[in-house]
Design a protein around this ligand. Structure first.
Ligand code: AMP
Ligand code: GLY
Length: 424
């Protein structure tokens, strides 16, 4: 079996690492890939950027299944293009990917199908948006409608901050077309979790739960980032809450998309907020796996992922069960200095230990050149450790990090704190 993975992050390295464990794998291509997929002989990196270029790789290399990591090629229609050329690919069509690529689409969809989420209104007119903020007060959340690489959400604790966000997006156009429409919604408090499932159009296969740490600083302070660390399973998702999220959020979404003529295929990621009474509400949908959630989820998956993927593209996800390592996996992102604003690039990385049964280091923003590994992005590595409890996995992850060095390396010291507070 030949598999093509589209993307270049830690998520894609973790997917490649897991797929490579399958005896059915003949070759894994990663496009464009990173330093971690370049140095491993199981993988081959191929440079490409557009859906047409990815299709050419799949055709030239006689790829059996393509797996899409990031949202941008999905929103650009890579799945539609592959399907029109009879190439098997796992991901949503451009129209179905609107669940992520348009917050306005996602909110209106949830309203139509009674899926719990924050109350909201959409605006293209700045004056109307300002008036809405004045009526509702702070805290309040302002979101750019389109894809904005993690920069499109402002959780405003004051009305001044909310007005400023509206001015940036609607008046100054700082996010371009992505910010030409904004969603303004009710602030939700509680604890967040990442609930990710695989969908083949009809059947739903839930993956292990996880929790991300979006803020840059310890104790969840500082600016939002792509994610500074994650652990799986999420302690807050009890079996009862799991059943409820499936019943109230995931199933109505998959059924609703099918009913509206946009059957969903691919990874469906619901970011959920659980309030202090234990009620879940949808914060957002992503149409892909999370990063760094993938790194901890793949570290725990025991089932052959090639088998899972084959069922996913053949519409038979009801015919497979997933088997999980019972241990907790905890991943800490090692970022470049000045991430996320202006990450420093080009520093030599040393000391990455070889994988073992209880730890593995996934690459994200790395580049292999002149016989060495260099930093090449904001999030550089993700160090994942496995152990019996969140606390033990955390200790093991931080021990492993001590061996790794690059200039300006920054990481949070408290990944997993929510899981530790709740007692494993
Ligand atoms: P999103 O890209 O929609 O997930 O938003 C990014 C982050 O902003 C989320 O992970 C939450 O931490 C926060 N957020 C988004 N929407 C809300 C909301 N309605 N209330 C509180 N926090 C939110
Ligand atoms: N870690 C959050 C995301 O992938 O969107």
């Amino acid at each position: 079996m030949k598999i093509l993975i589209i993307g270049n992050g830690g998520r894609e390295h973790a997917l490649a690492w897991k797929l490579a464990q399958s005896p059915r794998i003949q070759r894994i291509l990663v496009s464009p890939g990173n330093g971690g997929t370049a140095i491993n002989q199981n993988f081959r990196n191929i440079a490409a950027q557009t859906p047409e270029e990815f299709l050419k790789i799949a055709q030239d290399e006689a790829v059996d299944i393509t797996l899409v990591g990031p949202e941008v090629p999905l929103a650009a229609g890579v799945v539609d293009l592959f399907r029109s050329h009879n190439q098997k690919i796992f991901g949503p069509t451009r129209a179905a990917a609107q669940l992520e690529s348009s917050k306005d689409f996602a909110k209106a969809f949830m309203a139509r199908h009674g899926i719990p989420t924050a109350r909201y209104q959409s605006f293209t007119d700045a004056n109307a948006a300002h008036a809405y903020i004045d009526t509702h007060g702070a805290p309040i959340v302002v979101k750019a409608d389109g894809l904005a690489a993690g920069k499109g959400v402002v959780v405003a604790m004051t009305t001044e901050a909310a007005h400023a966000a509206v001015d940036h997006m609607l008046a100054d156009n700082t996010l371009g077309a992505a910010g030409a429409r904004v969603v303004i919604e009710e602030f939700l408090s509680g604890e967040e979790a990442s609930f990710i499932v695989m969908v083949d159009g009809t059947h739903i296969l839930p993956l292990a739960t996880s929790q991300d740490h979006k803020r840059l600083g310890d104790a969840d302070t500082g600016p939002n980032t792509g994610g500074m660390g994650a652990y799986s399973p999420a302690r807050i998702i009890t079996p009862q809450l799991h059943a409820r999220i499936m019943r109230e959020i995931i199933q109505p979404t998959v059924q609703g998309m099918a009913k509206e003529g946009l059957p969903f295929t691919g990874f469906l990621y619901a970011g959920v907020m659980i309030d202090n009474q234990g009620n879940p509400k949808t914060l957002e949908f992503n149409c892909r796996m999370g990063d760094p959630e993938t790194q901890v989820i793949m570290a725990r998956l025991r089932t052959d992922f090639v088998d899972v993927l084959a069922h996913a593209v053949n519409g038979s996800l009801d015919q497979i069960d997933l088997d999980w390592d019972h241990r907790t996996a905890l991943g800490v992102v090692l970022a470049a200095s000045h991430y996320p604003e202006n990450p420093r690039l080009g520093d030599r990385i040393t000391g990455i230990p070889p994988d073992s049964d209880d730890h593995v280091v996934f690459h994200a923003g790395t580049r292999f050149t002149d016989g060495g590994l260099y930093t090449h992005g904001g999030r550089v590595l993700c160090v994942v450790a496995l152990d019996q409890t969140v606390k033990l996995a955390q200790t093991r992850a931080y021990e492993t990090i001590q061996k790794i060095h690059f200039e300006g390396m920054y990481y949070r010291r408290d990944i997993g704190h929510l899981g530790i507070k709740q007692k494993p």
